[in-house]
Design a protein around this ligand. Structure first.
Ligand code: SF4
Length: 236
């Protein structure tokens, strides 16, 4: 599996390049909130909701004191306002209760596994959200698995799994050193632009030669629309 992941990464980097990344790693609490906001919406809307939260309230402590309805109004653009405002409050109040303040500084010294266990103790934080903190805030060699990463890796034949969390368990531990960020980010871009859920545009896919998907679509499907804004690379 490691060799196949290495090959996929090489082909994607050749096609898309190395994704841009801010030199300053984002704060883990910001990353948790950003990832909660990103569920079931596009990155531009969740980025707007994140900026709204930051500008409307003076700190995460301030957000934690607000009634969910007030948070919901501010993050409306990201959709699922009720659910997300509750999840945000739960996480912030959980941090205050467990860590004595809204900070995740202590997690830096923990192993990847320990961090996943710690973060998923908070309601509303699943494996994907916790693994985004590992990759984007702590620069660990971990590949978060969302629906795009899950779908593409199953089609190519790297895994045969039924859920993103199962895909995460299978691939992590098999990511060659130092490639998790380009691998993750370029797979998402491929899933958004080319290997779409209903009609993949296989004729323009850089992975066509190594892909094992039986239902490849070899008819050209219009032009490829660029979709490379990544929320989690823009949180800081
Ligand atoms: S060849 Fe087609 S199915 Fe395979 S990864 Fe590329 S777009 Fe997806």
């Amino acid at each position: 599996m490691k060799q196949k992941i290495k090959k996929i990464n090489q082909l994607l980097v050749k096609h898309y390049g190395i994704p841009k990344r801010s030199k300053k790693l984002p704060n883990p609490v910001d990353m948790l909130i950003g990832t909660i906001l990103s569920q079931n919406t596009n990155d531009k809307n969740s980025y707007q909701a994140f900026k709204n939260l930051k500008s409307k309230f003076s700190s995460w402590e301030d957000v934690a004191k607000q009634p969910p309805s007030k948070i919901e109004n501010v993050i409306r653009v990201a959709g699922l306002g009720k659910q997300k405002s509750r999840a945000i409050k739960k996480v912030l109040n959980g941090l205050i209760k467990n860590n004595g303040g809204i900070t995740l500084k202590g997690i830096k010294k923990l192993s990847d596994e320990e961090i996943l266990t710690e973060l998923t103790k908070f309601g509303g934080v699943g494996i994907k959200t916790a693994s985004c903190v590992l990759l984007f805030s702590l620069d660990r060699n971990v590949c978060p698995v969302d629906t795009h990463v899950h779908r593409v890796l199953n089609r190519i034949g790297v895994v045969q799994t039924k859920s993103p969390d199962k895909t995460f368990q299978k691939i992590n531990g098999n990511i060659p050193d130092g490639i998790a960020h380009p691998f993750h980010t370029n797979l998402i871009r491929l899933g958004r632009e080319i290997c779409k859920p209903s009609k993949p545009n296989c004729t323009v896919c850089p992975l066509l030669k190594i892909c094992e998907y039986d239902e490849k679509n070899l008819e050209q499907v219009g032009s490829v629309k660029k979709n490379d804004f990544m929320l989690l690379d823009n949180i800081n």
